[in-house]
Ligand binder design. Sequence first.
Ligand SMILES: Nc1ncnc2c1ncn2[C@@H]1O[C@H](COP(=O)(O)OP(=O)(O)OP(=O)(O)O)[C@@H](O)[C@H]1O
Length: 234
Amino acid sequence: MTATDLTEPRTTPVLEVDDVHKTFGRDEALRGASLTVAAGEVVALTGPSGSGKSTLLHCAVGLLAADSGVVRVLDRDLGTMRDADRSRLRRREVGLVLQFGQLAPELTAAQNVALPLLLERRSRRAAFAAAEQWLERAGVPDVGDALPGELSGGQQQRVAVARALVTQPLLVCADEPTGALDALTGEALLGLLLEVGAETGAGLLLVTHDNRVAARADREVVLRDGRTSAGVVA
Ligand SMILES: Nc1ncnc2c1ncn2[C@@H]1O[C@H](COP(=O)(O)OP(=O)(O)OP(=O)(O)O)[C@@H](O)[C@H]1O
């Protein structure tokens, strides 16, 4: 499938990034980056190392503030929101998976997965029941009582995916989610993200170096030197 117009999603956008610029000191990481992710759509964000992919993803979820340009998540402009509202929107509606190091080390796997629901004031019972279900779905049903440091990298990443999906977010953003995993584990986790996206209608933004991952997306957006253009997904 050939993408011809970055600004034309199939249905309602869950994420809109419009002409975003971001500079670190003298380093212009983003120099006019734009993309949209529609509900139910899978978009691969690719590009050479240092082209700004992680920076764009962090701006897209409000972990970094853009210097200029607009980021809208579910039609809400992150740039005009108060910090607390932005955090709440992220907690409720955005699932974030990073390459590593994102689980709280002092909490068990089950506590990590339950945490987003507990912060939303769901009962402990409901939160831990949901955590158990998502750990099972992520292929690690028996690790609930373990601390992250007691788990393998692949198990930790499965727990992180369970935590990202437990709120059933409408936007899931993943930065090289399978990059540190062996091929089979990576494939299983990618399959889970795609399956849950299709089931819940979430939009999925996948930062990846891996052509096989990009080939599973509906659309590819390529970053070069901080600028986006449409790519081709076979
Ligand atoms: N927190 C930061 N402070 C200073 N410079 C940064 C920071 N984050 C990113 N950069 C710079 O911004 C540019 C883009 O980096 P970014 O990590 O977004 O690229 P990337 O495409 O994700 O790279 P990779 O594929 O290697 O992970 C790089 O020149 C990087 O050094």
